[in-house]
Ligand binder design. Structure first.
Ligand code: TRP
Ligand code: ZN
Length: 877
């Protein structure tokens, strides 16, 4: 058992800082074992605070060597050193504080603060890592100007980087050198960064809209120099897009990105010096898939967009996290939609929301987009804060329209540049720019839970009216038994029997106005009556997924089928297919029978015979709903049933349309395009590999040959991995030797080896637990590398439901065993990987009991506060 219960931090307890820090000078004597950090803070009393004049600095795992106030050593009686704080009672109104501490980067496996990765020293300060580097008021509303001096051995650390501009560099004695960096923009401590290592770089330039030339630098290990082009290209595209779309220009003369192998998350937006998980920045067609290429574009864009939404305008406190993350994810989504296929990106975003955020909202960890309490802030980098937060911003844009939304953004930038603000400040800018009242909209930030929309409609042929009734309600979530109605934008269209949009006229309107409407729901119940509707229409509702809600709309399968063929909104067209197929499959689980529904064949055949111009979109239209999505729709999740009916449907569709799959495969197989990563070539590969995955399920010599042939001849990772997946997941006779071949070929490319681990961890065939045990014992498995850990434990727990949820509880036990090991090394990652266990209430009593036991075991152990928060909330919630 851990000692004492960690205490919760509450939004309502927010107090403005008692002291500001205007300037910080840091000097690092860098060394992997022991680094000396000298800090000089210019401190000033905050006149707006009436709290006692103690200066409280955060600090964890620091060895204090010296402390001086206004140049004089401070006697021990004048300060108090606690485990995680340094307190100086009764300090002056304005003074200079100097401290010197020792820290130990090589022993830092948490990957927060200063740590070592492949011989490189680097930092991660968000959210509260800066306090592991020096004593400081480590909170985002204290913004300071930083000047940083780095000193290190020149052979081991020839490159020395920090935020901002390089002021000076040169040699010191005994083979050491130094660099001085200064960041002219005041920033919170979480955006501080430094890097020291033996790195090579690729560079480029970007000329901003006002004609300034910006130097772009991507730092990597020398063997990765061949994987930099795409990230640099993505960065230039992001910079140009933010100028075009939002009028936002970059503000420093240099933009640096560093690729890091050991990284807790995707990437980090440190001012002028982004640090990236190598997975999210390195890509070339031989080693990275098309999905990886798209991920790099998205993450590079995301971190770049933070420069305005996060850095120039930052957070008052960590409860406001979605103010930067939700908004930046929304901007990233718009960017990627503009750069490739709008429909595809929207479908992927909604899929992620529905398969990952909706379950979060239904479970014990449910929290509002702006949480009101936390134990460990690292646990709140969630699907709700990021993905639902982005949906909330998107709804504002839908309600206001792009022009007015943009006016609100302009005012937000103008009014709050250089400040640390709140979600209310953001909404206020939107209100003031447009003269609207958004007070009800704030509930999206404060109320957790996924609202339900119950929709009923009725066509009256005589009166030629179409009546639409909508009820909204939201189930209770932990700590929030009752909910007030949300302001919900619902986009609708009525289609005539030929699939054409009907001009819309509501009762009381003089004439029809357009064919698409955004209905703004503000009450628990609304009734809309459309008039002059000549023929029975089909309703297309919640177009482009206009709100993060669950739609409850009962209608005959034929109507979903009609929309699957005819809906004019590409998202809704895809979603109609998903609804139709889900209903068919879920009914089959209940009946325990699996006869292929003719609707499916009728829906798939024309897409294969005449794919749409957007091939990647066509591939999505041919995808069966994910197991997670089906699970989300069951009261008690039947993992085996879901897997069984979905696999059966896949096989039967493959058999029924065999010739179509095959000819579509051949029509889109263009091996010569292997290095082409244009949207069109990616689309062809996606469609072709979708065909391959259906064909592989046939498990006959012809499809085995096809997969093996593609594996052997593939020159790009997309084709090679798709073939390997077909071979691994469908009991191919050459499975073992092909896996061995892949490993031999790529043993020196860790990012590819991650894929090799992940593919096997997700393999649903029998004996999975043993295979996962073997992977965990493999010499290349490394508990200190989060990418590797996620590739095995993360993928097993999330992407291999049949075996992770084995009825005897063996999957849960294995996860719990490893979480205990991992928690001692990296609590942040351990807490994240524990989350699949928290959904125990969604399973049958036997599984639920086993999951509960695994959680109980964790709670009884001596665990970090990160893991403690997840485990206790899961058990209580
Ligand atoms: N701010 C980062 C982003 O979303 C995410 C982040 C938070 C992070 N904490 C981190 C990244 C810790 C790496 C490590 O862009
Ligand atoms: Zn972010």
């Amino acid at each position: 058992m851990r000692e004492g219960t960690p205490k919760a931090i509450r939004l309502e307890d927010y107090r403005p800082p008692v002291y500001w820090v205007d300037r910080v000078a840091l000097a690092f004597d860098l060394d992997a074992d022991t680094t000396r950090v000298q800090a000089r803070l210019e401190v000033r009393r905050n006149p707006a605070s009436s709290d006692p004049n103690d200066l409280i600095l955060n600090g964890e795992d620091l060895e204090l060597q010296r402390i001086r106030l206004d140049g004089r050593p401070l006697e021990p009686a004048r300060y108090r050193l606690e485990a995680d704080r340094l307190i100086l009672p009764g300090v002056p109104e304005r003074f200079t504080l100097e401290t010197e501490v020792l820290i130990h980067p090589a022993a830092n496996a948490r990957l927060e603060g200063l740590y070592l990765s492949e011989g490189m020293l680097c930092t991660q300060c968000e959210a509260e890592g800066f306090r592991r580097i020096t004593y400081f008021p480590d909170r985002p509303d204290v913004m300071a100007r930083y000047r940083v001096t780095l000193k290190a051995d020149k052979t081991r650390y020839p490159v020395l980087l920090a935020n901002g501009n390089l002021l000076d560099e040169g040699m010191l004695d005994d083979g050491r050198h130094f660099a001085v960096w200064e960041d002219p923009f005041p920033k919170p401590s979480y955006l501080f960064a430094l890097v020291a290592g033996r790195l090579e770089k690729r560079t480029d330039t970007f000329t901003t809209m006002s004609g300034r030339e910006v130097l772009l630098e991507l730092y990597v290990e020398s063997h990765d120099l061949d994987k930099c082009d795409h990230a640099l290209d993505s960065l230039k595209r992001a910079m140009a897009w933010d100028e075009r779309k939002y009028g936002r220009e970059y503000d420093l003369d240099r933009y640096m990105i560093v690729a890091v192998s050991h990284f807790n998350m995707g990437a980090m937006e440190n001012k002028g010096l982004n640090l990236f998980n190598s997975q999210c920045v390195l890509a070339r067609p031989e080693t990275a898939t098309d999905d990886d290429f798209e991920r790099v574009l998205a993450v590079v864009g995301h971190e770049y967009f933070h420069n305005w939404t996060g850095n120039r305008i930052t957070l008052r406190d960590w409860f406001q996290l979605s103010l930067k993350e939700g908004l930046t994810v929304f901007r990233e989504q718009q960017f990627c939609a503009d750069e490739a296929s709008k429909a595809v990106r929207r479908i992927e975003d909604v899929n992620l929301l529905r398969t990952r955020q909706f379950p979060e909202d239904e479970g014990p960890l449910a929290h509002p987009v702006r949480p009101d309490s936390y134990i460990e802030i690292n646990n709140f980098y969630t699907m709700t804060v990021y993905e639902k937060g982005a949906e909330v911003v998107r709804m504002l844009c839908t309600l206001l329209g792009w022009e007015r939304f943009r006016k609100g953004m302009d005012l937000y930038f103008e009014r709050h540049d250089g400040q640390a603000v709140t979600c209310e400040d953001f909404l206020k800018a939107m209100e003031d720019a447009n003269g609207v009242d958004l007070s009800q909209f704030l509930r999206w930030y404060t109320q957790a839970g996924t609202p339900r929309l119950e929709v009923a409609c009725h066509y009256d042929a005589k009166a030629r009216t179409f009546q639409l009734n909508i009820n909204q309600w939201c189930p209770p979530t932990p700590g929030q038994p009752e909910k007030e109605p949300f302001l919900i934008p619902v986009t609708v269209v009525l289609l005539d029997p030929e699939g054409r949009e009907i001009p819309l006229q509501l009762a009381g309107e003089a004439a029809p106005q357009g064919s698409e409407r955004v209905l703004a729901l503000s009450e628990a119940h609304h009734a809309f009556r459309f008039v002059n509707v000549e023929r029975p229409p089909v309703l297309s509702i919640l177009r482009d997924f206009s709100a993060p809600v669950k739609l409850m709309l009962d209608r005959p399968l034929d109507q979903w089928h009609f929309l699957w063929r005819h809906d004019t909104d590409p998202f809704n067209r895809w979603d109609a297919g998903q609804t139709l197929i889900s209903q068919v499959l879920l009914a089959q689980i209940d009946r325990n029978a699996a006869v292929l529904d003719p609707h499916l064949v009728e829906g798939f055949a024309p897409l294969l015979q005449q794919p749409l111009a957007d091939r990647a979109y066509t591939a999505l239209l041919l995808q069966l709903p994910e197991e997670d999505y089906l699970a989300e729709q069951m009261d008690v999740i039947d993992v085996d049933g879901i897997h069984r009916v979905r696999e059966t449907a896949r096989r039967e569709l493959a058999a029924a349309l065999r010739d179509d799959w095959l000819s579509c495969y051949h029509a889109h197989h263009r091996p010569e395009e292997w290095a082409d990563t244009s949207a069109a070539a990616i689309g062809r590969r996606r469609l072709k590999n979708t065909c391959l995955s259906y064909l592989a399920s046939l498990d006959d010599p012809a499809s085995h040959d096809l997969a093996l042939q593609q594996y052997r001849t593939a020159r790009c990772m997309s084709d090679q991995l798709a073939a390997l997946r077909a071979i691994v997941c469908d009991a191919h006779p050459a499975k073992t030797e092909t896996l061995a071949d892949f490993y031999d070929r790529w043993r020196h490319e860790p990012l590819v080896i991650d894929k090799w681990f992940a593919l096997q961890a997700a393999d649903p065939s029998s004996g999975a637990l043993e295979r996962v045990r073997k992977l965990l014992a493999h010499p290349d498995f490394d508990l200190k590398n989060p990418n590797r850990v996620r590739a095995v434990l993360g993928v097993f727990a999330r992407q291999n439901p049949v075996h992770f949820h084995a009825r005897d509880g063996s999957g849960y036990q294995l996860l719990a065993d490893w979480l205990l090991n991992l928690d001692r090394i990296n609590p942040q990652v351990a807490a994240r990987l524990a989350q699949p266990l928290t959904a125990w209430r969604r399973y049958d009593p036997q599984r639920a009991r086993r999951m509960h036991q695994a959680l109980e075991r964790l709670r009884q152990a001596d665990i970090s506060k990160d893991l403690f928060e997840i485990v206790t909330k899961a058990l209580e919630g």
